[in-house]
Design a protein around this ligand. Structure first.
Ligand code: NAD
Length: 296
């Protein structure tokens, strides 16, 4: 009798684990919508086109560019992959970008980073026409985001926003803590959250007490590249936790910045790695490419 009662009281204090935001499923939805709108645009005589440039033979970059090109063709877009030797000069790369800027069959240009050390990456990005800057890394795109003007949003933070939108997360007045301040993830992420009326804190490598900040957060976005950076004791119960990080664990398996197993017991929402932010990044690249073609 006593045992039974104990059991039933346990069910009353039963704790719900976080709702997992399925980035793979949501990305498939976005891609299906892009494919549909691409078909409509094609019927009116415009085929959205993406050019991807890879310089050198970084194995991770090779996988990324192949996935990006395949995603484009899968949804009916035109896509070209230009691969060059690591010894390519900056001048030659700039000339390729200029020629793609002038190519009417290309609406989006993506130069895969990192570039070899002898090439000034920022200079190459600034050479891309802002109208074709589907990665959203050009200063014109960054400036537009900063000032609230229309422009291309960097795909990874854009994908994070799409995930929050998908769960109808009410950002207005909520406290968001972004961990990481890079130009491609952390900073644009903070700007997008701010544009949705969140109160935003940006933490980084010189933040002395990360936990003091994350414990105050309704939304945490981890974009560092260090596994188990965010643990359960750092998360306020019910918080939404978005994991951008891409790391390998000791077994060589892909993992994020968040201790998923621990944090999912505390958070209200959580994105897994793999199958979270990663697939969303490619989906938003397709959305940006479609947008670039539509703008024409
Ligand atoms: P980055 O190296 O440019 O920036 C990392 C940031 O983390 C820096 O701003 C740094 O200040 C901060 N940082 C470092 N150590 C810290 C610490 N101990 N505490 C708090 N902050 C710390 O990296 P990035 O390009 O912004 O990428 C971040 C992570 O996201 C990487 O793992 C990367 O692979 C991943 N990423 C994933 C996708 C995706 O599609 N899923 C896309 C881009 C990047």
């Amino acid at each position: 009798m006593l045992k039974l009662r104990k059991r039933s009281s346990r069910t009353h204090t039963f704790h719900m684990t976080a709702q997992i935001i399925d980035g793979k499923a949501l990305a498939a939805e976005v891609r299906a919508e892009v494919a549909q709108r691409t078909a409509t645009l094609k019927a009116s005589g415009i085929t959205p086109g993406l050019a991807v440039i890879l310089v050198g033979d970084n194995p991770a970059s090779q996988v990324y560019v192949r996935n990006k090109v395949k995603a484009c063709t899968d949804c009916g877009m035109h896509s070209v992959l230009e691969q060059y030797d690591a010894s390519m000069s900056e001048e030659d790369l700039l000339a390729r970008v200029q020629s793609l800027n002038a190519d009417p069959s290309i609406h989006g240009i993506l130069v895969q980073l990192p570039l070899p050390a002898h090439i000034n990456a920022q200079k190459v990005i600034e050479a891309i026409s802002p109208a074709k800057d589907v990665d959203g890394f050009h200063v014109a795109s960054a400036g537009a985001l900063m000032t609230g003007l229309p422009g291309f949003l960097p795909c990874t933070p854009y994908g994070c926003m799409k995930m929050l939108e998908h769960i109808n997360y009410p950002l207005k007045g909520k406290h968001a803590v972004v961990i990481g301040r890079s130009n491609i993830v952390g900073k644009p992420m903070a700007m997008m959250l701010l544009a949705q009326d969140a109160t935003v804190t940006i933490c980084h490598s010189r933040t002395p007490d990360l936990k003091a900040h994350t414990l105050q957060a309704d939304v945490i976005v981890a974009a560092v590249g260090r596994r188990n950076l965010v643990t359960a004791d750092m998360v306020k119960p019910g918080a939404a936790v978005l994991d951008v990080g891409m790391n390998r664990n000791d077994a060589g398996k892909l993992c994020g910045d968040v201790d998923f197993e621990g944090v999912k017991e505390v958070a209200g929402y959580i994105t897994p790695v793999p199958g979270g932010v990663g697939p969303m990044t490619i989906a938003m690249l397709l959305a940006n490419t479609l947008q670039a073609a539509t703008n024409r």
